[in-house]
Design a protein around this ligand. Structure first.
Ligand SMILES: *[C@@H]1O[C@H](CO)[C@@H](O)[C@H](O)[C@H]1NC(C)=O
Ligand SMILES: *[C@@H]1O[C@H](CO)[C@@H](O)[C@H](O)[C@H]1NC(C)=O
Ligand SMILES: *[C@@H]1O[C@H](CO)[C@@H](O)[C@H](O)[C@H]1NC(C)=O
Length: 366
């Protein structure tokens, strides 16, 4: 950038004046040539910058993840193959698809969710180096007491002789239909935090000592775009995801030098089969552009295999809102304040809650 600046400065001050002066008093051809050369260079540089910026903008308009994530094109298979991967919430939605993709990459899987029957159904569908025969089923309710969680961890650690859990995919989450922040029931508040926050953190706190003993371990946390920006109609869900982001980024800052890695994944609207997963399942999805659950799982595994610290997965406009809130919060929060009330209304009518039209007061996207 600096030499572009210096060309500008030269043109602006020296050359232009030289050119004028020299041409007036019978200037040398040499000065003319320098001038033309500089002008041409400038023209090309400007053109290049314009084209590059347009390409970047175009890429941004159609991208389904943040720049860092999309720059890592492929999964590092060697980071996944033969590793023990424990997934919670593996009985459906993104968890089920993560299990499929990880199995085919040659991971040794441990599947958890509340319902063992459902897990068995998922297990039978898996194929890979260790699947389905060596896939372990570990039914678990994240809202249970510490003793139950401890038991589960002991089992998970002993499933594969000689190797403990390498990756913990915290995918289980609780999400209720959208309501205003004031209409959230006590029951819904507690249920959401018990699973999304308390259960997840307890499991992490109990599992980490095993990882520290081995000097390595990696938490992959399915957070949400609602953990990065206000999410009108989902105040409690958003609060639970902000809590996770805070906990896990802090955990990494404390333990990264002892081999603990953390990847926080923030998906926006994701199309999950039969509605369940990281984002809303109750809205009318017909007019919303959602990242497919397969793509979301793929990007999540790419992010984990490259050890990225935080990644965002979403189409526009949610991705742009995330960038705004992160880098220009004054504008980002102003935008969300404009959208907030209408989004709650749209949710009540089961309309599109991710549409730009919310900003302009139209009821529904065309
Ligand atoms: C578990 O899932 C199966 C199959 O979907 C269902 O029949 C069963 O009632 C579920 N069990 C519990 C405890 O929810
Ligand atoms: C989704 O629902 C369809 C039919 O309602 C069913 O055939 C399919 O198995 C379901 N998929 C999942 C992943 O539950
Ligand atoms: C979704 O929206 C369309 C058109 O706005 C409507 O016809 C349909 O009934 C809605 N579906 C649900 C499940 O609300």
């Amino acid at each position: 950038m600096s030499w572009v600046g210096s060309v500008w400065a030269n043109i602006g001050s020296g050359s232009m004046i030289n050119f004028i002066i020299n041409s007036k008093c019978d200037g040398t051809v040499f000065t003319h040539k320098i001038f033309n050369f500089k002008m041409l260079t400038l023209l090309f540089i400007s053109l290049f910058i314009i084209v590059a910026l347009s390409a970047l903008l175009f890429k941004f308009a159609i991208s389904d993840g943040d720049y860092t994530l999309l720059s890592k094109r492929h999964v590092k298979r060697e980071e996944i193959e033969d590793k023990v991967v424990w997934i919670t919430g593996a009985s459906r939605g993104i968890g089920e698809i993560l299990a499929k993709q990880l199995a085919s990459l040659g991971a040794k899987l441990i599947l958890s969710a509340r319902n063992g029957t459902e897990l068995e159904r998922v297990r039978k569908q898996l194929t890979g180096k260790y699947a389905p025969e060596q896939v372990k089923i570990l039914p678990l309710d994240l809202s249970s007491e510490e003793d139950r969680l401890k038991e589960a961890i002991d089992k998970a650690e002993s499933f594969f002789p000689g190797v403990g859990v390498d990756y913990m995919f915290h995918n289980a989450a609780y999400e209720r239909p959208k309501t205003t922040a004031l209409d959230v029931t006590e029951e819904s508040l507690k249920a959401t935090f018990n699973v999304n926050v308390f259960g997840t953190i307890s499991l992490t706190r109990l599992l980490t000592p095993f990882m520290l003993r081995r000097g390595r371990g990696h938490f992959v946390v399915m957070s949400s775009a609602a953990g990065k920006t206000p999410a009108p109609g989902q105040a409690v869900y958003s609060a639970s995801k902000y809590a996770l982001n805070g906990y896990f980024h802090t955990l990494r800052s404390e333990l990264c030098q002892k081999g603990i890695k953390v990847t926080v994944v923030c998906p926006g609207p994701v199309a999950t089969p039969n509605g369940s997963g990281a984002t809303s399942s109750t809205t009318n999805v017909s007019s919303e552009k959602r990242v497919s659950a397969e793509r979301c799982a793929e990007l999540t595994i790419i992010a984990a295999s490259h050890g990225l610290k935080e990644v965002w997965i979403s189409y526009q406009p949610v991705l742009a809102v995330m960038y705004l809130v992160q880098y220009m919060p004054t504008i980002g929060y102003w935008l969300m304040d404009k959208v907030g009330r209408r989004r709650v209304e749209a949710a009540a009518e089961k309309g599109n809650t991710y549409s730009l039209s919310l900003l302009f007061g139209k009821k529904k996207a065309a």
